[in-house]
Design a protein around this ligand. Sequence first.
Ligand SMILES: [Zn+2]
Length: 219
Amino acid sequence: MASSNTEQSLAHNQRYADGQAVHQPGYPGKQPIRPAKRMAVVACMDARLDVEDLLGLQTGDAHIIRNAGGVVSDDAIRSLIISHHLLDTREIVLIHHTRCGMLAFTDDLLKAGLEGDPAATKLLGQATGRAFTSCGKCAAMPSAFHAFRGPLSALDAAGDSGQSERLAWDVRRGMSAILNHPWLPSNGPDAVTVRGFIYDVDTGQLGEVSYPGAMGSFA
Ligand SMILES: [Zn+2]
């Protein structure tokens, strides 16, 4: 199935990266509940991403689902199922980005730091450049932080090939989670399309992630 509105957003992104505004600010007036572009976007919460701006979306065009990393978590899947089946979205777009904070820690490290491990607390302080304050307590929730797989990079480190690979792995995980979910059809008359991208916070441009693709190895 064609993802024509995603293609249009990619053209808008080029204009955005060139310094042109496509997104119109201000109250747009009364609009229908169904997203006009039939798009649902899952993106990182990073403050440097203005999702409507960088995709040239207008108010009312798309569902925007954001969390730390733009991870296709259980809750993102929940939103996507509602978005598609009840509100008729057909094109899913995943956006990860360079310099993401999710590259700079692991789930175990953050949990240990929050629980009070002094070594973890020290490492997290060094990684983030701020005093990490442990809570000294364990907690059952959240079950995961979904930090990105692979060797850690420093917080806000400039993008390189290793970072791009780690980001691509997580985008592919997200695409796989969607494409293999029984309630998100990827073929037939009610199919959704899924495309994944890495946004470069240093240029404003989106780069597409191939799928399927390499998932790396420990070698
Ligand atoms: Zn991020």
